[in-house]
Design a protein around this ligand. Structure first.
Ligand code: SF4
Length: 264
């Protein structure tokens, strides 16, 4: 039985997973409102701050939505997931924004999802180690972004003493160690841009080799969006693949696929 909670959500919809090792899978996406980072290539800036309303797709794949005022109750979320009639065993992605800014709501959403027989994927920036510890028992798959300092900064409002201000790499190492301890399936994704350096990639490989040598590392070329106009060349991406491949067991170069056919 799922715990009662209040949720600040942006949207719930059904689509195909467009990224990472679960690419192509039928999936529900539950997007949480609020994020404490500002990635230069973020394609969901509408999630950076909690929204007054969220939208629920009324039937899978229709693109038709109804709106509801935040905060959303557990009962309303049950109703919204039920409207999408998910098959048991389907994945649901708890994504954002950053879902781990609302750990109690993540636990409640995971409980509701499991009551529907769904498998719970957590998509996270991989920096909120304490919040991860609070939710990890209710998660089936962790998709952790590795944030590179060359492209990602903390939100202004988060620099004033809130959150853990250690370098991203240190926090990612702690986060990965916690995931590894819990022995749940996971992957690490790095978005590759023109700013990415080999030193940054070498550090990712070094930490992964030490904490989680079997976890797949996904190199994801940035998709041009907003201020990002250019992608790294194929030659450079393949060089990076070879470089990481020499250090880790499972490295994959996977672009965002949903952008190809124009899905959400
Ligand atoms: S962590 Fe996610 S939601 Fe937040 S700025 Fe980065 S890409 Fe956007």
């Amino acid at each position: 039985m799922a715990a009662e909670a209040e949720f600040n959500l942006v949207e719930l919809f059904w689509s195909a997973q467009g990224e990472g090792p679960l690419v192509g899978r039928s999936m529900l996406f539950l997007r949480f409102g609020g994020c404490d980072l500002r990635c230069g290539w973020c394609d969901t800036p509408g999630t950076w701050r909690p929204t007054r309303e969220c939208r629920f797709e009324t039937a899978p794949g229709t693109g038709l939505f109804v709106t509801a005022a935040n905060p959303i109750s557990s009962a309303r979320l049950v109703e919204a997931i039920g409207a999408l009639a998910p098959k048991s065993g389907t994945f649901i992605s708890l994504t954002g924004g950053e879902p781990l800014l609302q750990p109690k709501a993540v636990n409640a959403a995971a409980g509701i999802a499991r009551d529907f027989g769904l498998r719970v994927v957590l998509e996270t920036h991989g920096l909120a180690v304490t919040a991860l510890t609070e939710v990890i028992e209710n998660i089936d798959f962790v998709s952790m972004d590795w944030k590179l300092e060359s492209d990602v900064r903390r939100a202004e409002e988060d620099r004033e003493g809130k959150g853990d201000s250690r370098p991203f790499a240190e926090l990612h190492a702690d986060f990965l160690a916690r995931v590894s301890q819990a022995a749940i399936d996971s992957c690490v994704k790095v978005v590759i841009t023109q700013n990415t350096t080999v030193d940054e990639l070498d550090e990712v490989c070094r930490v992964l080799a030490a904490t989680s040598p079997d976890v797949p590392l996904i190199l994801q070329p940035v998709t041009p969006f907003g201020k990002v106009r250019e992608q790294p060349s194929a030659e450079l991406l393949l060089q990076y693949l070879r470089r990481c491949d020499e250090k880790l067991a499972d490295v994959r170069l996977i672009p965002q696929t949903h952008r190809v056919y124009g899905a959400l």
